[in-house]
Design a protein around this ligand. Structure first.
Ligand SMILES: [Ca+2]
Length: 248
């Protein structure tokens, strides 16, 4: 995916010499490092903001999400400067040593295919392991085999390891649609952490969750681990959990 996005951006760059066409086409946004544009910056007329004391590329990129016309940012790690651009024209005279460019692109699900863990697997449904939550199939019929299912227990949980730190904007849960609603997922708590020791509760739903429930974080949350915990004693089963974010 990274290669595809990288090539797409470079093609646009080569044809038009600017990033006017790189606009988000979905509700979810992510950023990709684009090495070819490192070491320069956008023209003053295209500079939407210039903020200092921005510690990281992730923080710099988050500023870009708050500005609809922003198509990318340059971050300078040493000076902690962050430049947001409304469009971009390559110009060697605008070189600025040490800047790294992050292009804004449509978001994708960064959880798909990643490593999962959960508190237990139902002994009656041994093929309903945690991996079914990130198999890329959102089929919400529990008995079609694309959902995970724990034992009945106290505080059952499911977790995905994204494999690296991401800036997370949204987490989308796909509930089951069968069982007449009796066994639909309910009373859930969402936690995100950079490490397992620093997990923070970032959202919760009391009662039955929607058929598709989305947690949105407009300011973004940095994290590697995403966990869903059911509050109380019950089974926990969901058909897919999508995490939208960006890696920098
Ligand atoms: Ca699935």
């Amino acid at each position: 995916m990274e290669i595809t996005v990288f090539n797409f951006v470079i093609v646009i760059f080569n044809i038009f010499g600017r990033f006017c066409s790189v606009k988000p086409t979905s509700d979810f946004i992510q950023f990709r490092r684009i090495n070819a544009l490192d070491g320069i910056t956008c023209q003053a007329s295209q500079n939407m903001f210039n903020v200092t004391e921005v510690q990281s590329g992730i923080k710099c990129s988050l500023l870009c999400t708050e500005a609809q016309a922003c198509v990318g940012v340059f971050h300078q790690a040493q000076t902690k400067e962050c430049f947001g651009c409304s469009s971009f024209t390559a110009d060697e005279t605008l070189s600025r040593a040490g800047t790294r460019f992050y292009g804004r692109v449509p978001g994708t699900n960064v959880a798909e295919g990643k490593q999962t863990t959960m508190s237990s697997v139902s002994s009656k449904h041994v093929n309903y392991g945690g991996d079914k939550g990130v198999d890329g199939i959102t089929n919400q019929d529990l008995w079609q085999g694309f959902c995970f299912h724990t034992e009945y227990e106290s505080s059952p949980w499911w977790r995905v390891d994204l494999g690296a730190k991401y800036g997370i904007f949204s987490v989308k849960l796909y509930n089951i649609l069968n069982s007449g609603g009796v066994w639909k997922a309910r009373d859930l708590r969402l936690s995100i952490g950079i490490t397992l020791e620093t997990m923070d509760i970032v959202g919760s739903v009391l009662g039955q969750i929607d058929d598709i429930h989305t947690f949105n974080f407009s300011a973004g949350i940095e994290g590697r681990y995403v966990q869903v915990t059911l509050m109380g004693a019950n089974v926990l089963h969901l058909c897919e959990i999508q995490v939208f974010g960006f890696s920098v």
